[in-house]
Every structure is written in structure tokens, then in C-alpha cells.
Design a protein around this ligand. Structure first.
Ligand SMILES: CC(C)(COP(=O)(O)OP(=O)(O)OC[C@H]1O[C@@H](n2cnc3c(N)ncnc32)[C@H](O)[C@@H]1OP(=O)(O)O)[C@@H](O)C(=O)NCCC(=O)NCCS
Length: 177
């Protein structure tokens, strides 16, 4: 594989053949990002459930969900997961699309993959008639909190997310397309 500065990067819509790699990369980035104090049961369960190949294939089969992959020479480096026509109590627009995941493998962060995947996802959302793209970011994720405003996203609220009896404060970002 070539060095990071000479990456022959290609971005495209994912196909079911990508599901295995999306799941494994997803689990790696998820744990890097959220397991900041080690691995507890709730996180372990969520990681295994959310990133199994079956779960990714099920998501791909949904008409409202799509994945964009960034890869080089058969190696997946990052992906975006986009859902059309999503709703949120703080948004309430039928034409809102949600960026549900934007994951870049840690050693390839800071090289523009994130913004290229985001730009691709925004174009996809426009094609699906979305007038807005939104995303939530955990308040314990300072890099992502800084990333979205630099890409033109406004911080419009701080929803709380509850999972398996744990509550997590998030920041809600939105961009009009
Ligand atoms: C947050 C995350 C997606 C950002 O992706 P990234 O690939 O590291 O970020 P990028 O390299 O695209 O952006 C940083 C650099 O790209 C370049 N860049 C960014 N936007 C650009 C643009 N519009 N045009 C040209 N270059 C740009 C800049 O050099 C920028 O540097 P800066 O941060 O000093 O401004 C990535 O760090 C990640 O996957 N983190 C773990 C998972 C996560 O937290 N996901 C978000 C919540 S789901």
C-alpha cells in the first residue's frame, strides 16, 4: 500500500461486498472514539451488535440508508452512513437527512478524507431532495466538535442520548444544503 501522501483515493457508493470491511473499520473507529476509559459491557455489546456484517447488510438493504466508502487499492480507509428523511425533535423537517456515521481510520485522519466523505454525503443528500444535513456528536469528542463548524455546520442544540441506561450529552450540528 502506498504512503499517505500519495494515496490514490476513490470514493463511491458502497455495495454489499463492502459490508465486512465497513463493519470491522466501524468497530475499530467506534472503540477508538468512544471507549475512552476502556471497554465496559454496554460498549462491548453495542460494538458487536452494531458492526456485525449482518447489521451492516441490513442497513444497506434499507431504502433510506446508504453508505459511501473511501478506499485505496482495496483497503477501506473511511466511510459515511447517510439516512434520508430522518427526523429529530430539534429539527422537524421532512426534508432533513442525517449523517449517521462519518468514520475515518485513525492513522488516516487529518488528510482530508473526512471532508471529502462529508462533501460526497452532502451531494448524495441533495440528490435525495434533502434541504438539510444534520449530525450529532458526543461532547467527549473534541475533534469532531471542531470538524463540523469548519465544514459550515451550525451547532443548534445539545440533545441527550440514552443507551442501555447510560445518558450521553451530544451536540447537534446542521447545515442547509
Ligand atoms: C472527525 C473525522 C471524521 C474528521 O475526519 P478527518 O479525515 O480527520 O478530517 P479532515 O482531514 O477531512 O479535515 C481536517 C483537514 O482536512 C483539510 N480540509 C478540511 N476541509 C477542507 C475543505 N473543505 N477543503 C480542503 N481541505 C479541507 C484541512 O487540511 C483540514 O485541516 P484543519 O482540520 O486544520 O482545518 C475523523 O477524525 C474521524 O473519523 N474521527 C473518529 C470518528 C468520529 O469522531 N466521527 C465523527 C462523529 S460520527
Amino acid at each position: 500500500m502506498s504512503g499517505r501522501n500519495s494515496l490514490q483515493l476513490s470514493l463511491r457508493q458502497a455495495t454489499p461486498e463492502d459490508a465486512l470491511r465497513i463493519g470491522v473499520l466501524g468497530m475499530q473507529v467506534f472503540l477508538d472514539t468512544y471507549a475512552t476509559e476502556g471497554i465496559r459491557d454496554s460498549l462491548a455489546r453495542q460494538a458487536l451488535r452494531s458492526f456485525s456484517t449482518e447489521t451492516i447488510l441490513d442497513l444497506m438493504a434499507r431504502a433510506d440508508t446508504s453508505f459511501i466508502v473511501a478506499q485505496t487499492q482495496g483497503h477501506l480507509l473511511g466511510f459515511a452512513q447517510l439516512a434520508a428523511q430522518t427526523d429529530h425533535p430539534m429539527i422537524r423537517s421532512p426534508q432533513a437527512a442525517e449523517l449517521q456515521r462519518l468514520y475515518v481510520q485513525e492513522r488516516f485522519t487529518g488528510y482530508g478524507l473526512g471532508w471529502r466523505l462529508l462533501a460526497f454525503a452532502e451531494r448524495q443528500a441533495c440528490l435525495k431532495k434533502a434541504s438539510m444535513l444534520w449530525a450529532t456528536v458526543w461532547v467527549g469528542n473534541p475533534r469532531a466538535l471542531a470538524f463540523y463548524p469548519r465544514q459550515g455546520y451550525a451547532h443548534i442544540g445539545s440533545p441527550v442520548y440514552t443507551l442501555q441506561n447510560e445518558t450521553h450529552e451530544n451536540a447537534l450540528f446542521r447545515k442547509m444544503l
